[in-house]
Design a protein around this ligand. Sequence first.
Ligand code: NAD
Length: 445
Amino acid sequence: MLNIAVAGTGYVGLVTGVCMAEVGHKVTCVDHIQDKIDILNKGISPIFEPGLDELIVKNLKSKDLCFTTDFASTYAQADVIFIGVGTPENEDGSANLNYVYTVARQIAETVQRNCLIVVKSTVPIGTNEKVEAIIKEYLIHDVEVEVASNPEFLAQGTAVRDTLNASRIVIGAESDYAKETLVDIYKPFNQPILTMSRRSAEMVKYASNDFLALKISFVNDIANLCEVVGANIEEVTSAMSYDERIGNKFLNPGIGYGGSCFPKDTKALHWLSEEEGYVLRTVKAAIEVNEKQKFKLIKMARQDFTTFKNVKVAVLGLTFKPGTDDLREAPSIPNIRLLLNEGAKVHVYDPVGMENFKKLYPTEIQYEQNIMGTLKDADLCFVFTEWAEIKDMDVNLFQNYMKSPFIYDGRNCFDLVQVKEAGINYRSIGRPSINEYKVKREVSV
Ligand code: NAD
């Protein structure tokens, strides 16, 4: 049986390692953060990901899975090492490959067997070759190494399900040995496997993510135009989706994409294309639309409020999407920063994201226990994340709890008919705004 090591226990590395153990492989996950490893060894996931804790506990018990910070002895005994460390954005938009290159050096200095190194992190085209060159340059023991690309397509919030039922496994390798080894490893998953060159595999990941980002920005652009010309984006996208070439996924308008992938992966590919002397116009447009879309709700609110100074703001939802506690590039962050800068009193509620948000704003904002507490006496409410709990709430709560029910819904959570009946002021994305509160106030005066 192969000894598999995974470098990095974040969303990708941890889920990959755990699911590999679940299908019968022997896996050691390595991270350089001792606290993470200690929690994991207690059977607790440091990230919120449905179904993950159960699989960690089960595979720790069966001893197919272990966690350690000791990369040296782990890599020394490994036959295959997956690299799943972060590739965040540099200030200029390029991908920061320092974590990947550090792991490459660590592998070079410690491997003691012939070893296949598999890059799972999202990396610019040509990086696999550089990783192989680094490892070969710093190799200490007399062993054969080869690097293969195996980009990851899981989505946060459904990461375990996505890994156990992946749409496809992409393997970019230059030798039959590398291809066959990876095909064997993935056989128990029973998923479609596509083999290709390393450069194509690296490109598949960026092209896939950037296409999805583009789809989101396109819908947001059309939604903004719907507001101007008096159309309703929901009627538009619902009719569009009957065309199988368009489909019904990623057609929901909102306040833009966030998270740890789309923002950085669009910028990284755009940066790389410019470096190569090619202008990737479509991706550039997706980035520009997204930058503007982030602040759409604030722009809407400025039509109703001349200042946010001392205005009590209720915020429902903090994470960049439901199902995750990840706040990376969440639209809530720049919006709340702006509101605080302008003197607003901000009260927030998110079912799982508040602990992470407290690391950014420990004292400046009020963290509430539930939706009602957040809305109480608020002047206006922003909805940033479409958690089920928020989508399913009774819209009458706005009128019942808020001082003045001005709602700015960045995820089109509520039904326009119900909103109208609730007698609130409501603006959403690409749909007609509802001005019931002002009318009622005028009537009662
Ligand atoms: P993450 O930041 O959640 O996790 C990275 C982990 O690597 C951290 O736990 C960190 O401590 C650890 N690490 C850093 N240096 C290390 C080292 N030298 N040795 C061992 N561990 C080390 O990142 P992530 O979200 O899992 O993303 C990882 C990669 O996968 C990125 O390239 C990302 O673009 C890509 N990706 C992410 C997703 C996603 O949904 N998050 C999906 C597909 C692909």
